[in-house]
Write a protein that binds this ligand. Structure first.
Ligand code: SF4
Ligand code: SF4
Length: 95
């Protein structure tokens, strides 16, 4: 059964969409940055996963703003599951 393992990966990263035709230079640059993790292609785009930790993430990977967390966090990862499966197969919702 799918469930959160509380690994904090979704709160320690951000995913940036890039058009492979118009953003070729930005794509190349992002993949050379120290916070680059991995990328994939999905729905006609490149998607680059970067290290980018939320300021509300606590040391035990719990959300420090749980009751007031943004809508995107409340709905995570249902809306983006197909993409997230490609970028973070270790997530409990992707198994
Ligand atoms: S990446 Fe998946 S398993 Fe890890 S904290 Fe986020 S939702 Fe939970
Ligand atoms: S607000 Fe909470 S759930 Fe949302 S990214 Fe930050 S730590 Fe994660």
């Amino acid at each position: 059964m799918s469930k959160c393992k509380q690994c904090g990966m979704c709160c320690r990263t951000m995913v940036v969409p890039l058009n492979p035709r118009t953003d070729k230079d930005a794509f190349e640059l992002l993949t050379m940055k120290s916070n680059y993790i991995r990328h994939t292609q999905y729905a006609g785009q490149y998607w680059v996963m970067l290290n980018s930790q939320c300021v509300h993430l606590e040391h035990d990977y719990q959300c420090g703003k749980y009751e007031g967390r943004p809508k995107v966090c409340r709905e995570w990862p249902k809306k983006n599951l197909k993409l997230w499966k490609k970028l973070c197969p270790e997530c409990g919702y992707c198994e």
